[in-house]
Design a protein. Sequence first.
Length: 411
Amino acid sequence: MYCSECGAKIKKGAAFCEKCGSPVPKEKRDLEDENKENEEPRKKMSKGKKIGLFLLLLIVLLLVGGYVFLDHYFSPEKMASKYLDAWIQNDNQKIYDLLDLGNDKTFVSYEIFKEVFEEEQEALKDISNYTIKKIDYSDGGLTAKVLIGYTVKDRPREEEIEIDLVKAKEKKLYLFDDWQVVINTENFLAQDYAIKVPKGSSVTLDNIKLTDTYLDQNDSSEINDIYTIPKIFTKEITIEVETPYGIKLTKKTVPSSEDVFELDLNVDDLSDEMKNTLTEKIKTDLNAFYKNVLDKKNWDSIKENYIYNELAPEDLKKAYQKLYEDITEEESTPLKSFTVTEVKLSDISLTTEGKFEVEARISYNYTVGYDKDKTHESKNAYTSTFTYDYFEEEYKLSNISRFVTYFSIYF
């Protein structure tokens, strides 16, 4: 309470101001006494509450400190340091764990990684000292580039290396960014490796069959399927393809992000069983064609032998009719017999209609008649192309590009 005349502080219960002597109104003294009676005495904080408050403060400090520590622990600089340390220590497992290889590690497994990186382990293991010099963020903070200066044993001159990192979609411990090292060299990793094969083909990479998960529906067409492998190490792989035409091919290649593996049919890639099957098929079909002509059978009488999918190929019909006309019109030296003795495959290719063409060198024996009762036997060879369709697990003849229609009596 203060004096209304001079403003000096008045002691509790005083009737007069000690400074100016002015009397203190009784109502003020009574009000002060009433307030004093109404005041509740302050309670001292219990020991338990003090301990609880201390523990709460300690937990907050630990959480804040832990967050700061873990945030640094998972930072791009720390991940780059871990990566470099793993190289120096030849710790393949740690190197592998720090790489950005995506969720699908089918073709970037740890076992394959060890094989690919074996020769590279010598590159950085002699580092004696290194320092983080700079870090740059880009792509809105989604990628980072860490510049590291380092020295190598017995080489005092400092060298530099840049380590690229990318922020993963999922966080570490639900709170912290997960930075992973990006390999930017084609020597190690190919991304979005494309494999183009005939529609409906079965594809196997190093004994792993590709499922529809890898099938690119957007880029595939009515004729071809395109499989895309998100990430694959650039080591030699074996690709096995079984086409809907029953053709099985095995090829070795090294994946690349820039190249598309496109099935290039080659006779040398065919299995011996496949070569024998095609060879015998060509021999049988060609012998049957000439025999039917020599027996003077027209197309309508034999077309049932060539019907598949409810139709006989129109191109095959034209080819047979042309052979029939050419052979039957050659009255001067009529053909008596024709036998294929050997078939050598020289080329094989796919058509845009989904069929395949086989080029072959045909060796044959023949007999012609002349001067009424005289005959002449000889042999020769020529090249022709045979078109086949694969229907209900059988090869169906669709066309023959060329026939022999002239048979000499002199050689």
